[in-house]
Every structure is written in C-alpha cells, then in structure tokens.
Ligand binder design. Structure first.
Ligand code: FRU
Length: 481
C-alpha cells in the first residue's frame, strides 16, 4: 500500500507456517496497529465515524428489541463441531451466551460478576426475522461449575449426544466486589470443560449430566498468572482441529505475556518498524511511556488425550506487547483460498486496552497465515477487521462512561463471533446511551487474501436479522427425536 504521510510503514509478515509446538510467536506490532490511524480520516466532523466503511459496522437502530426480558445476554457462540461447522441438532439450532439476571438489583455493567452460561434454541427452519430464540435457562445446575461465575468459551458436539462445553471458570472471593463490580480481591480464572448430554424432542432442547474438569491454569511463564498481575487475563477457550495435523485437538484462548506486571520492556520486534523508517519510534521512546503495561497474547494449547481432559501449553501464537492488553475470545477459521488453506485468527479488543500512543476502536481484529502458528499478517495491514462507528481522532473511552461528543455508536456492539460465510454476530452494549444486553443484527464481512470488507448488500444496508446464527450441518436429522 502507499504509505500515509507522517505514518510509519507496517511490519513485513511472511505468513510462513511453523510447527504448532515451535517457539515462534507472531507479533502484532506497533507499526501494524499504527495503520489503523493511518487509514482513519483525520478531518471528519467531531463525533462522526473516521474509519473506512469497509471496516465499520453499520449503525444499529436505537429501538432494538430485547431478545429476553429476564436476562441480559452478551458473549455468544453456537453449537459447533471441531471444524467450526454450526450444528443443527435433531432439527434445532442451539446457541450459548453469557447471561445475567435483569431483575436482581445490579446494573448491566455488573454482569461480569454474575455471569452464567445460558442457552437458546429455535427450529432450524425458523424465520430469523420473526421467530424468537427460546430461552432454555442456565446450562449448568446452580453451584456445579468449577468457579462461582461462568465466563466465555465454546461448545462442541462430540459422538452421539455428548457435548463438551469449554468455558472460563472465574472465581470471585469478595462478595462486595461481586455486588459492586470492581476493586476488592482479584478473582481466579481457570479454563475448564464440562462433558454432558444434549437432548431434543418436539418441545425443544435440554441438557444434563455435566461432569466438570479443570483443564488449565496459567503457568506464569508463557501465560501470566494472578500472583504476577491481579488484572491478568486467562480465559475464552476455543477448540478446533487442524487438517495439517490430523488427530490433534488445539485450543486458542486469551492470555497475557508471562511475568510480573510492569517488568516487561518493549523490544524492537514489538515495534516492528522497517529499517530507516523516518516515522518510526525508538525502543527508548516507547519505553519512556507506560506502553509496556499492555501485554496481550493469544495462547495455544494441545490436547494430550482423546477425552480432551488433559492439555499442554504451547507458546502463544500472537502477542500484542506494547500494543494492546486484551486479545479476547480468539477463534481460528480455516478458509480455502486458491487451493490453499488460509488460517484466520479473529480476536476482539477494546479501545481502552490500547497501549500509550496507540488508538483503535472496539471491534474484531483479524490475522491471516499459512498455519495455526505462523507469521500472521494483520488483515487490512492494520489488524482491524470490523469496528463500531468511532471518531478515532478523539481520545479513547469505556462503554460505562462515554464522552458525549464522541460517536454515540462507538460501543454499539462487542464480542464479535465470526461464523462460517463471514457472518459476524455480536451483542449490543450501548447504542447512543441505550444500554443493550441483547444480540445485535448479524453483519456479513467478506474476507479474502487478508482483506476484509463489510457487505452492505447483506440484509438492510448491511444489517441482517438480530441474532442470526444459521446452521450449516445437520446431525440427527430434521425432527428425528
Ligand atoms: C468479552 C469478555 C470475555 C469474558 C467475558 C466476561 O466480552 O471480556 O473475555 O469471558 O467478557 O463477561
């Protein structure tokens, strides 16, 4: 691409694949992420959207419907197999989401401290514009999961009617913290799974028989633990098979670089500038800011047994040291392009988690390479795949306290989940002051050769039905209970 005057060039990434166990971690560099601003319009009227329409989610209407009146709904995912196919089970589509009671006396921003995994189902041939998702309730019985709150994960149909729910078991120790949301004693977080049964009949879908197993705790070396940083991130497991390594099951998850918070110092490879770039920062310049506090990574683990109850850590596949502190809910989506498998890594991030000197929107970010572990090329050269409408010329905000002069849609959606065919589901957070807690209209993001583009011919000006998660693989047959 032609360089933008005043901005550095992005890092060169080869997309070369490495062995999944190799000691190579791809870097989302400052040079890469600076392309977000290089591609942003510096001259929009304040509070408009400064990003290209190709990477901007269309505006969600303020009068969006609530998908459920009793629970807030946020992070969501579908019933899948190990190849990211979305499964229709005996004629039913099934989705999972974090839910919290709307009537328990706490506010929407306290949902994380009260999160449970809930599930919804509807007939596979339902009209997504008219037929609502039926709420099935909590997936697990009260007080049976490993932690005292259930955070995000993924759910896979195994043989027969067995399902594996991979989730984050987060444990809060401080009741005051749970109720007030913030401060207090830092929580524990482990990655866990529950093996259980799915049942379907003419009335819908139920689950039972869950057996919970703790799978992974952060080791403090590759992945930061609570002793090293009370605000550590270790969560959001997503498992998949890789056709290049038949018989193995891998997991990606959200982590932080191991080591005591504040001990990391930015390196040349985190900056990633081209030699002699006149717009490059020096390592010393970057280290004179607090940019080394931001140390997100995308972790990788491999299953050691067929039951998926034993796992080993591998080095992270991506780090965002000195760029961003959170790369959440990672997913791997494998797409054939010109006869070759391309591995897309998608992960969500926030504006408020960027490092000093960096700026980007809340949204989903993407990286493409030739293998699960590769020298990932950020999509659109920047990493930004799809963001909420934002004026990036204004300082970063957080959803609970947005600047009224900023675009009112800057936090309209979060926790984007990329489905087959480029359908992107997310939840509504804050649409011009109206808080959400419900599924967003699905949008379609076409992506190929590392370039993404919102499909504005999809749905109405790019907005599809609310909560549109169609299935593409049938198991058990239509209505075969
Ligand atoms: C993303 C997220 C996840 C976490 C969940 C907790 O929205 O931060 O990383 O599992 O929300 O509510």
């Amino acid at each position: 691409p032609a360089p933008t005057p005043g901005f550095p060039l992005p890092t060169t990434h080869t997309q070369q694949a490495y062995d999944p166990a190799a000691d190579f971690t791809s870097k989302w560099t400052r040079a890469d992420a600076k392309q977000i601003m290089a591609q942003s319009n510096p001259n929009v009227a304040p509070g408009q959207n400064s990003m290209s329409p190709n990477v901007t989610m269309p505006e969600i209407p303020k009068d969006f419907p609530a998908m459920n009146d009793d629970v807030w709904v946020w992070d969501l995912w579908s019933l899948t197999d190990e190849n990211a196919n979305q499964i229709s089970y005996k004629g039913w589509d099934v989705i999972f989401a974090l839910v919290a009671d709307r009537h328990a006396g706490y506010g929407f921003d306290q949902r994380h401290w009260n999160a449970r995994i809930g599930y919804f189902f509807r007939k596979t041939n339902a009209d997504p514009a008219k037929d609502k998702w039926n709420y099935g309730g909590h997936l697990f019985l009260d007080n049976t999961s490993i932690g005292n709150t259930e955070w995000s994960g993924s759910t896979r149909l195994m043989q027969g009617n067995k399902i594996n729910v991979f989730y984050t078991a987060t444990t809060f120790y401080d009741v005051a913290e749970r109720n007030a949301g913030g401060g207090g004693i830092a929580p524990d977080a482990v990655i866990a799974k529950a093996l259980g049964n799915i049942h379907a009949n003419q009335n819908g879908v139920t689950f039972d028989g869950f057996q919970h197993t703790k799978l992974l705790e952060p080791d403090g070396k590759l992945y930061q633990n609570k002793a090293q940083n009370p605000g550590f991130a270790f969560r959001d497991p997503y498992t998949f098979a890789d056709p290049a390594h038949p018989g193995k099951t891998f997991m990606v998850f959200e982590g932080n670089t191991g080591g005591t918070r504040g001990s990391y110092k930015c390196k040349q490879e985190d900056l990633g500038y081209q030699p002699g770039d006149p717009n490059a920062e020096t390592v010393a310049q970057v280290n004179s800011t607090g940019a080394w506090y931001q140390t997100a990574n995308v972790g990788l683990a491999v299953a050691d047994n067929k039951d998926l109850t034993k796992w080993s850590f591998l080095p992270p596949i991506l780090s965002a040291n000195c760029v961003n502190d959170q790369t959440e809910r990672p997913q791997i989506y494998i797409q054939n392009e010109n006869g070759k498998n391309k591995y897309y890594l998608f992960t969500i991030s926030h504006q408020f988690t960027y490092a000093d000197g960096m700026r980007g929107p809340d949204g989903v970010y993407g990286f493409v390479g030739n293998g699960v572990r590769s020298d990932y090329q950020p999509v659109n050269n920047s990493g930004l795949a799809l963001g909420s409408p934002t004026d990036l010329n204004m300082p970063a905000n957080a959803p609970e306290g947005p600047d009224p002069r900023q675009n009112g849609r800057q936090f309209q959606a979060y926790s984007h989940y990329v489905q087959p065919g480029g359908l992107v589901q997310s939840f509504i957070d804050n649409v011009d002051g109206v808080r959400g807690g419900s599924l967003s209209p699905t949008v379609k993001m076409n992506f190929k050769a590392g370039v993404t583009q919102v499909d504005r011919s999809f749905g109405q000006n790019g907005l599809g039905p609310f909560g549109y998660l169609p299935t593409n693989l049938r198991v058990g047959g239509e209505g075969h209970y």
